[in-house]
Design a protein around this ligand. Structure first.
Ligand code: FAD
Length: 276
């Protein structure tokens, strides 16, 4: 079975966080990922730290992909960032509309991610491999599932080379989504985004914001284990390993892990997979 792994980090704020991320990266590097990506904080709040983290990864000899969001960036900001990235040999971007910290709306040169993809192509031709976001369970602001896929297609038509999905725990949602994308003429690789289960409260909070569904049975089981970290971890490990196995068996081209800057659980998931 051949598939690509990638790992997503957030830029650390403190020296301890930076040291911990280095350890995490060293552990995950043993799994030979295709690339490490680094998020762009809501509203551009981490712009400098994202760049610093990305350039550090690249300097150490790994492929690093910065996330770039359009919602709080001007055309000039994008041009400046691309120049730095290009001059340091960065060749892959994850391009997003982004969210603002409080959900407020701001005037932006880029109302939708497709506008930003088009602008990056206009500025830099084919210099970058561009990944965009996709939503097997539909983006929370979308008026319909179909319209959301039409908007996803606009990003591909604007020049994106591939997509990484929002996380989900229902493999059928992914397979259905990929089938529907193909029937609408979208043929780029769509890599499932995988969120390991570290903590129920945190997962429930993320999920309510981003529209990812935690199946009822899983949510209830995880809540039972809220005071029992070892059992929660064991259940999460089993559920996410089974999800990854199903996705790969069904033809997913890779797995992109939302690491939350932690490695151990992910190493265990990959070790448990049957990937002969
Ligand atoms: P878009 O593709 O622009 O879509 C957003 C909404 O607008 C959708 O409902 C879509 O249907 C609709 N839409 C799109 N085009 C049109 C149009 N032409 N007319 C009308 N409606 C339209 N956020 C961050 O802030 N920083 C990050 O680093 C980050 N990394 C992420 C990585 C991945 C893999 C994923 C899946 C998400 C990430 N996000 C990040 C979250 C993302 O920014 C949010 O989900 C955001 O709400 C939408 O971003 P998008 O790029 O999907 O936007």
């Amino acid at each position: 079975m051949s598939f690509e792994l990638s790992f997503e980090f957030f830029p650390p704020k403190t020296q301890e966080g930076t040291a911990k991320l280095l350890e995490t990266r060293q552990q995950l590097a043993l799994l030979h990922p295709k690339f490490f990506s680094v998020t762009f904080g809501a509203g551009g709040s981490t712009r400098d730290r994202t760049m610093e983290t990305v350039l550090g990864i690249q300097r150490d000899g790994f492929e690093a992909a910065p996330h770039i969001s359009g919602i709080s960036s001007t055309r000039q900001d994008i041009q400046d960032m691309l120049q730095v990235y290009q001059s340091h040999g960065i060749r892959r971007l994850v391009v997003l509309r982004g969210d603002l910290p409080s959900g407020e709306v701001t005037a932006s040169d880029f109302a939708h991610a497709s506008d930003l993809v088009a602008y990056i192509r206009e500025l830099s031709g084919d210099s970058f491999h561009i990944e965009v976001a996709a939503y097997p369970e539909t983006h929370p602001e979308a008026k319909s599932a179909l319209q959301d896929i039409q908007h996803f297609k606009q990003k591909i038509d604007a020049g994106a080379n591939g997509a990484i999905t929002q996380y989900f725990y229902n493999a059928d949602a992914y397979f259905q989504f990929v089938d529907q994308c193909q029937s609408m003429g979208i043929h780029v690789p769509i890599v499932p985004g995988i969120m390991p289960i570290y903590n129920y409260t945190q997962l429930a909070r993320f999920s309510s914001v981003c529209g990812a569904e935690i199946p009822r049975w899983l949510s209830l089981r995880l809540q039972d284990f809220n005071e029992d970290a070892a059992s929660l971890r064991a259940l999460g490990l089993e559920v996410v390993t089974n999800l990854c196995q199903r996705l790969l068996d069904g033809g997913a081209p890779g797995l992109h892990f939302y690491t939350l800057n932690q490695a151990t659980l992910i190493s265990q998931i990959i070790e448990n997979l049957d990937i002969q």
